[in-house]
Design a protein around this ligand. Structure first.
Ligand code: HEM
Length: 189
């Protein structure tokens, strides 16, 4: 996780200044919480495929809303530290367990970002909106990447453990398989 986060700091430009920008606007952005939570779960429960992630149906909605509420309040508090990033890594692992694909997760990250942008544009002058949205986007892009990488890395490592394969052998076999797949896809297109 630490190396992935270090890479993302360089590539996205996320920094402590973003946390400070977010913290400075927390009263405003935390007042948007009901709209964010409603849009998030109306989308997930309104689409057949994502609604299947919740076996208890609407009965599960209050619990799930509580999880998102806690997450949104933490992000918008700007109180972001290493423990927070480790939590996002853990979400990837939990999402494997509850069968939330990265397609669903990234789709909803996009939805939250779009709603946040719309609200920034409505409530702030354009320079401040750009600054706040930029900070929020960097933080939530890094969150989404850590969830996706947490999902992928934990999935592959768990598979290796379950199947008892040796890492070096898997890497050599993967190289051959991937070369074959690239050739197949190229010849099909
Ligand atoms: C913006 C994208 C998302 C974020 C930031 C996010 C965040 C989280 C967090 C913080 C948890 C709690 C992890 C813990 O217990 O420590 C969680 C769990 C979970 N998430 Fe997500 N999630 C996202 C997208 C989704 C989507 C799209 C779905 C459904 C299609 C989903 C379904 C779930 C479920 C079912 C759990 C497990 C709850 C439980 O049984 O405790 N999440 N997620």
């Amino acid at each position: 996780m630490k190396q992935i986060f270090a890479d993302l700091q360089v590539l996205t430009g996320i920094s402590e200044a973003d946390y400070a920008t977010i913290a400075a606007h927390s009263t405003l952005t935390q007042s948007w919480i009901d709209d964010v939570v409603e849009a998030f779960y109306d989308t997930l429960f309104g689409y057949e495929k994502t609604s299947k992630v919740f076996p208890r149906g609407e009965a599960e909605r209050p619990d799930r809303e509580q999880t998102l509420r806690r997450w949104y309040m933490q992000v918008t508090s700007g109180n972001i530290n290493e423990a927070f990033w480790w939590q996002q890594w853990l979400v990837g692992l939990i999402h494997i367990k509850v069968k939330v694909s990265n397609t669903y997760m990234l789709g909803m990250t996009s939805k939250v970002q779009q709603l946040f942008l719309e609200k920034c544009m409505t409530h702030l002058d354009s320079a401040e909106a750009l600054k706040l949205y930029g900070a929020f986007k960097r933080v939530t892009d890094v969150v989404a990447t850590l969830i996706a990488e947490g999902y992928f890395v934990n999935y592959v490592e768990s598979l290796e453990n379950v199947l008892g394969f040796n890492r070096g052998l898997i890497e050599r076999m993967m190289e051959i398989e991937i070369t074959k797949r690239i050739a197949n896809l190229r010849s099909a297109t």
